[in-house]
Design a protein around this ligand. Sequence first.
Ligand code: NAD
Length: 368
Amino acid sequence: MAKQALWLRCEKKQFERRTAITPTTAKKLIDAGFEIFVERDSQRIFKDEEYEAVGCKLVEHNSWPNAPKDIPIIGLKELPESDEPLPHTHIQFAHCYKQQAGWSKVLARFHRGGGTLYDLEFLTDEQGRRVAAFGYHAGFAGSAAGALALAAERRGVTLGQLEPYENETAMVESVKKELGGSGKGLKVLVIGALGRCGRGAVDLFRKIGVEEDDILKWDMAETAKGGPFQEILDVDIFINCIYLSSPIPPFLTKEQIASAGKDRRLRVVVDVSCDTTNPHNPLPVYSINTTFSKPTVPVEVGEGNPPLSVVSIDHLPTLLPREASEQFSEALLPSLLELPNRKTARVWVEAENLFRQKLAEAVKAEGL
Ligand SMILES: NC(=O)c1ccc[n+]([C@@H]2O[C@H](COP(=O)([O-])OP(=O)(O)OC[C@H]3O[C@@H](n4cnc5c(N)ncnc54)[C@H](O)[C@@H]3O)[C@@H](O)[C@H]2O)c1
């Protein structure tokens, strides 16, 4: 039987250094009999040579449109906007199944080209949980951004541009340095602490030296009494990592902040969940997503009160491209190993069924 081939394309989104296949995963696929093509890409956190060293075949940057039609193309983010038909099988996050802006135009390209989309967001296990997600490093990086915002505030300045870190250690060391050596003495609260993002958020605080007793870890049990919560005002940094699935009372309100006046300890809120535009956003104290170039937005706190800022970046794992990619790619590996049997393997069959359903909706919407 011919070898299963897989083509790792470059990412065209600015600042995106992550990848769906790392050299570690590529080696495991090659050992299992795969042939892996990798587009040269200087933006990717892993060097081309790292792929070559494990037996991948390097191909020209952005050359996937000319790849043989029977080779699945894997990438992370959306393809640049275009009307070009897509004849290949693509494995990626496409963000077009929940009626997002332009959703039907993206799917129309598959219709015209006869290609197939396996959306990474919808590869799920038997329990319906995603097989691979970036949550852990979102929480980890979110806590780091929060600690950096606090350090900046203590110096009387606003946190400047954030840049991706080479690795976790570099991030931890940089945060410790900005805090004057360690996070000891900080008091923090993580809500959603049992989830993927929450676990990452807690781990960063441990690694920068915050004492275990000073890392308050809340999940469903602790918020069952219903917000708003005074406890949030009594920590230095609050990290929200919940998965919002139904309306809940707010965790924090503007009135609560105003009435706390000068007695508020809280200086930084990191909304990892980023339900910013959701009408049930449990943090109705800010209304925009922040960015790597401008990581914080100030909250109106009332004349004479201590400042409070919010970090609400919705692509936090990009700050740790190496580890985030390794963890995501490793989680994806068992499904990738099933790729040769994708017409019968549950994970791929279900993803293809969903694609066919969404494709039919798009064909109707576009009047094709
Ligand atoms: N900002 C980013 O870059 C980024 C990246 C990845 C994920 N996210 C978002 O982070 C959120 C969490 O993702 P995840 O993968 O960690 O989800 P998850 O399902 O692994 O964890 C969510 C946790 O929140 C808890 N929770 C839910 N409702 C709660 C409530 N009312 N009170 C207390 N705890 C509650 C759950 O019990 C669970 O432990 C999602 O909204 C996701 O879209 C953001």
